[in-house]
Design a protein around this ligand. Structure first.
Ligand code: MF3
Ligand code: CO
Length: 291
């Protein structure tokens, strides 16, 4: 729905209020930004209160699945086992694992160990051992609504260098989150992430970023974590997107496995870490929907 209702007609957001008493001023603000040439998402990607409630139901499952993984992961566990848990727990809650068959992805979750940056494919042959760091990236479809978040897990004792990387990426996400404020450009968030990572001597992956999420798995905008201050779409209430920087201990360069077409590794084979949260832009700031 993109046309504007009459002033006395019900608002497009589903509140039941008259348009003039509800989102008319909001739409005028958006039109004002567009008239100034500022990039603003199309209204079809801004979530209504009703859609936000549905997205939150999906997010609750995503969080529960990751909590299950957190409670069971450890040395000796294969990544195929993690895939089984994710599938079983998602379905038990009435959801569908979004990665399964997504563009041909063969499993229900991405598991990315050490120098695997993202999109690692779970395997029987891959057994977690003490000292590994692993990203487990879970995405759920529930009732047609999407959620997406990932966490890092340190298996037993890990080296101080890996621990510092994992901790810093988490801080990057928090610092990026603090920049999620309505009516400001999304590039400020990515810029803050990049600055913090670089201050710690790390490099942020440039080619793979975050995304809008909720009505689809991956929606506009594409989200960079190496962006310039003042760049990118203006964040407005109702926007939902991920903060998911991939941060490398060595260089920023990555390569995709030519055989499986999915596994992304650092070129220098030094470790990489990532956390992913899904965020809603609100009237006064933001709300984290899943983590
Ligand atoms: N969950 C990933 C993301 O954060 C996407 C994975 S796509 C898959 O956007 F097919 F590999 F699952
Ligand atoms: Co994502």
């Amino acid at each position: 729905m993109t046309g504007k209702p009459g002033r006395n007609d019900p608002c497009w957001c589903g509140s039941g209020k008259k348009y003039k008493k509800c989102h008319e001023a909001f739409d005028e603000k958006l039109d004002g930004l567009r008239a100034k040439g500022l990039p603003v998402l199309s209204r079809s990607l801004l979530k209504t209160p009703e859609q936000i409630e549905k997205i939150k139901e999906s997010c609750r499952i995503n969080v529960a699945v990751l909590d299950y993984v957190a409670a069971h992961i450890g040395p000796g566990i294969s990544t195929a086992r993690i895939d089984e848990w994710v599938h079983q727990e998602t379905v038990r809650h009435g959801g569908i694992p979004a990665p399964l068959n997504y563009n041909g992805f063969p499993k229900s979750v991405c598991t990315s160990i050490d120098h695997v940056v993202c999109h690692g494919i779970p395997s029987e042959k891959e057994i977690l051992k003490e000292g590994d760091i692993i990203n487990v990236d879970v995405s759920t479809i529930y009732n047609g609504y999407f959620s997406d978040s990932s966490r890092m897990f340190c298996i037993g004792e890990v080296s101080p260098e890996k621990r510092a990387l994992v901790d810093t990426v988490r801080e990057c996400v928090e610092i990026g989150l603090s920049k999620v404020q309505p009516w400001t450009p999304i590039g400020n968030m990515g810029h803050a992430v990049n600055m913090y990572a670089e201050e710690h001597g790390y490099k942020v992956v440039r080619e793979i970023g975050g995304h809008g999420c909720g009505l689809e798995f991956h929606e506009d905008p594409w989200v960079s974590y190496t962006s310039e201050e003042g760049s990118g779409v203006i964040m407005v209430p109702g926007m939902v997107f991920t903060i998911e920087p991939m941060v490398n201990m060595g260089g920023a360069a990555i390569e995709t496995d030519q055989e499986d077409g999915w596994t992304v590794r650092t070129k220098d084979r030094l470790p990489s870490a990532q956390w992913e949260i899904m965020v809603l832009v609100t009237e006064n700031g933001h709300e984290v929907l899943c983590w």
